[in-house]
Design a protein around this ligand. Structure first.
Ligand SMILES: *Cc1c(COP(=O)(O)O)cnc(C)c1O
Length: 409
């Protein structure tokens, strides 16, 4: 490298970045597997997985190879043309799921936007303009565009951005009676996370998803599963809908799909797909060859019995260890989740302290996440090594000890 780049540090963030984030006090510069190093050379164990994105850890050799190979070949041609990596990835996704058709975009929000537009269009074409209502759930998260943030069930994220789009109703999650009271002939779609991720790693009940599926069929509403966080192996199945045996009409996925390269997808059936005819929807970057080449390599590795079985095993191990740790120090009321999407719910005594525990973990050289103010979330690499889990847990225990000493009664 001949070009000398300027020195930058965390302090630059506060001067040149829009202050909508509050990043950690250090700047990661390099990662391998489940380990990260910051500018000072300090090593950290990463059990946060870039918020459930780095499904194969950092710089997995197969992804580096797929990306660099594609980088020598073709970067972008626009959707005026199709390209081989996109077609290959679409084949892999349709072969592995209920879906017949795929639409690629770049983020979870965009995939949800496409799913919601599809639902509105299907209802409009088949039943007319009065069938446009979308039912979502309280505390759900579906992205940050003006539309998806209003579909999400967390008003704190949607306040202050002008008039809300019409035709969106929120009902309590896992409450079938509430769904039954709300759904009607005017409903075009119900959108659900099979496990509410951002708001606390809360899995749906089996009877709930069964019941919502039946209600959607009864009222000709599309059932959209937002698997942006639960998709691509996170729960130990390729997609969480397989865990429940409840098949949606539309599925969105993103985070782990690119293993760190931005890509998302909306999957649906042949019949529904036909309503997004030429010109009805689009995106400049969606289906980009670089992203799709990486996505293809991600799927090849994750969609194997060994890796998926490993996710189940490691998830059970991690939850069990966290339960033991929680009991030993009296910090957790519950440890829940599926596969390697794990939430440790703080005891009442430590109400609203998840952020403080995350900070304590960081001081011990461990990266974890929160999911709301009361849940510490783990979403590590799906192929995280045993030594990294164990060393991570050891660091977490140190953090818990200090956290309890500072915040205990
Ligand atoms: C992260 C997330 C999104 C938003 O994805 P972006 O890529 O940030 O737009 C949507 N839905 C769920 C369930 C998510 O976890």
């Amino acid at each position: 490298m001949s070009i000398q780049e300027a020195q930058v540090s965390r302090a630059d963030f506060d001067q040149v970045m829009v202050p909508n984030y509050a990043p950690a006090g250090f700047v990661p510069v390099r990662g391998v597997g489940s380990r990260l190093w910051d500018q000072s050379g300090r090593e950290l164990i990463d059990l946060s997985g870039g918020i459930a994105v780095n499904g194969l850890g950092h710089c997995h050799p197969a992804l580096v190879a797929a990306l660099t190979q594609q980088a020598q070949q073709l970067w972008h041609v626009s959707n005026v043309f199709t390209n081989e990596p996109a077609l290959r990835l679409a084949r892999k996704l349709t072969e592995a799921t209920f879906a017949d058709r795929v639409f690629f975009s770049n983020s979870g929000a965009e995939a949800n936007e496409a799913a919601l537009k599809l639902a509105r269009k299907v209802a409009y074409d088949r039943f007319g303009e009065q069938k446009y209502e979308i039912i979502s759930t309280v505390n759900s998260f579906h992205g940050r565009t003006v539309f998806t943030v209003n579909v999400g069930g967390q008003p704190k994220y949607s306040e202050g951005f002008g008039p809300r789009p019409e035709g969106i109703t929120h009902v309590p999650y896992n409450d079938l009676a509430a769904m039954e009271r709300t759904i009607s002939e005017r409903t075009c779609a119900v959108i659900l996370e099979p496990i509410q991720g951002e708001s606390g790693v809360l899995p749906a009940d089996q009877t709930y998803l069964d019941g919502v599926r039946a209600l959607c069929d009864k009222y000709d509403a599309l059932l959209i599963f937002d698997e942006v966080q639960t998709g691509v192996g996170r729960t130990g199945k390729l997609f969480a809908y397989e865990l429940y045996g409840v098949t949606p009409d539309v599925l969105t996925t993103a985070k782990s799909l690119g293993g760190g390269f931005p890509i998302s997808a909306m999957l649906t059936t042949e019949q529904n797909a036909q309503h997004l005819s030429v010109g009805t929807h689009g995106t400049t970057f969606g289906g980009n060859p670089l992203a799709c080449a990486v996505g293809g390599a991600v799927l090849d590795i994750i969609n194997t019995p060994e890796v998926l079985a490993g996710v189940v095993e490691k998830g059970e191990y991690l939850r069990e260890k966290l339960r033991i740790l929680g009991e030993k120090y009296g910090v957790f009321a519950q440890v829940r989740g599926k596969g390697l999407l794990v939430g440790a719910v703080l005891h009442k005594q430590y109400q609203d302290q998840a952020g403080a525990l995350l900070a304590a973990a960081e001081r011990e050289g461990l990266l974890v996440l929160v999911a709301g103010p009361n849940v510490v979330r783990f979403a590590p690499s799906l192929i995280v090594e045993q030594v990294d889990i164990d060393e991570g847990l050891a660091r977490f225990e140190q953090a818990v000890v200090k956290f309890v000493a500072q915040n205990g009664a």
